[in-house]
Design a protein around this ligand. Structure first.
Ligand code: NAD
Length: 355
């Protein structure tokens, strides 16, 4: 029987509750499709700081590197806000992305028909299928550049650097993704001002020649932020750098109604992937069994598709989620005033039953 090793990082806040629902779904699919799963529990974020004194240990990174895929909840809690940057829970994410070479962050956002009323956009703007996928470079750019703060604390700088190979490998992922979708890539940069963006644009044009069926467009990031609100239906795949992708993908997420719905994947060259909801640890609702687990469950679908090559399982999860939403079941973030909101585990149970 085929067996897969999945690293589990529950993390902080609502992390443990939502990851438990993801595990439920994985176990059910293993049962239905006849494969085995070995779950390996590791600690990250505040959970790791409390146990080991650091947000992620080298031993944990070694274990994760030996897995087929990793499912994560979220990290972060206000109680660590005063820690030095090296000891903050979020530092674990940057270290894990770099150590495991997770250079491609894939964030799809779909507005479900049943949830259109939850989008902040006017119906006249979302009068079709809103289905966008952001492909964000995750291992370079300003988050990994040289950081300098003057001794007197009066000035600071962050370097934004990209190399041709770094841009090539992420552009290739975006074009390949577009080939499985609507064959359009919008590359977002700030080439009118930044030299790293001019290199980005040049390189993306070069890679586009290998994908003649894909339409390539370029937008400056300020315009892209505006276009996402006034004409989001024009987008298929958005290809962008680390910083711009961070901001645009969060903007895009609210178009779909709730941040609790959106999954993400961060993959490396050998298809090892970290799968996690795009939201954070939501400390104010942690431990109450009210968080929306759908973003995590859809992250599991991405895990089956991109790391385990089990495309049928991914499709089955997405259909099950759709069925539950179409039947009107909602957690508190999406329930209307006259509706009884279901708990995190109740939604997880319904999705598992729908499988
Ligand atoms: P957040 O995403 O945790 O919360 C933003 C808002 O969305 C809150 O109102 C929250 O209650 C709500 N929310 C988030 N997920 C939800 C869900 N599944 N169901 C229902 N409602 C949900 O963002 P924040 O408040 O800015 O950050 C909280 C902590 O999370 C911080 O420490 C931050 O650094 C961390 N964070 C971690 C990650 C990650 O682990 N990848 C990402 C973003 C933020």
């Amino acid at each position: 029987m085929k067996s897969y090793k999945i690293g589990i990082l529950k993390g902080d806040g609502i992390g443990p509750e939502i990851v438990d629902e993801g595990i439920k779904v994985i176990k059910k699919l293993a049962l239905l499709n006849g494969f085995e799963i070995e779950f390996v529990d590791e600690k990250i974020g505040g959970d790791a700081i409390d146990t080991y004194g650091v947000p992620i240990t080298d031993e944990t990174l070694d274990v994760l590197g030996s897995c087929d895929a990793i499912l994560m909840g979220s990290v972060g809690d206000p109680k660590y806000d005063q820690m030095t940057p090296e000891l903050r829970p979020e530092k674990a994410l940057l270290k894990m992305r770099k150590t495991l070479g997770l250079f491609a962050n894939i964030r799809p956002a779909k507005l479900y028909e049943a949830l259109k009323a939850h989008s902040p956009l006017k119906p006249s703007i979302i009068n079709g299928e809103l289905d966008i996928c952001v492909v964000r470079e995750l291992n370079g750019g300003i988050y990994f550049g040289k950081q300098v703060e003057s001794e007197d604390g009066q000035s600071a700088s962050d370097e934004m650097a990209y190399s041709v190979p770094e841009v090539k490998r992420i552009a290739k992922i975006a074009f390949e993704m577009a080939m499985t979708r609507n064959k359009k890539v919008t590359s977002v940069d700030k080439a009118n001002v930044l030299s790293s963006s001019r290199l980005w644009r040049r390189t993306v044009i070069e890679i586009s020649k290998d994908f003649p069926e894909v339409t390539l467009e370029h937008l400056y990031v300020d315009n892209a932020a505006m276009q996402l609100i006034i004409n989001p239906m024009q987008f298929d795949v958005i290809l962008t750098s680390n910083l711009f992708g961070d901001i645009l993908s969060d903007e895009m997420s609210v178009l779909t109604g709730s941040i609790g719905l959106l999954p993400s994947a961060s993959i490396n060259e050998s298809k090892l992937g970290l799968y996690e909801p795009i939201h954070g640890s939501a400390p104010s609702i942690a431990g109450q069994n009210i968080a929306n687990p759908i973003a995590t469950v859809l992250s599991v679908a991405m895990m089956f598709r991109y790391s385990l090559d089990l495309h049928d399982c991914a499709d089955q999860i997405e259909s099950a989620v759709l069925k539950v939403l179409n039947a009107g079941h909602r957690t508190a973030d999406l329930a209307s005033n006259d509706q009884k909101a279901l708990s995190t585990s109740e939604i997880g149970d319904l999705i598992t039953e729908a499988l």
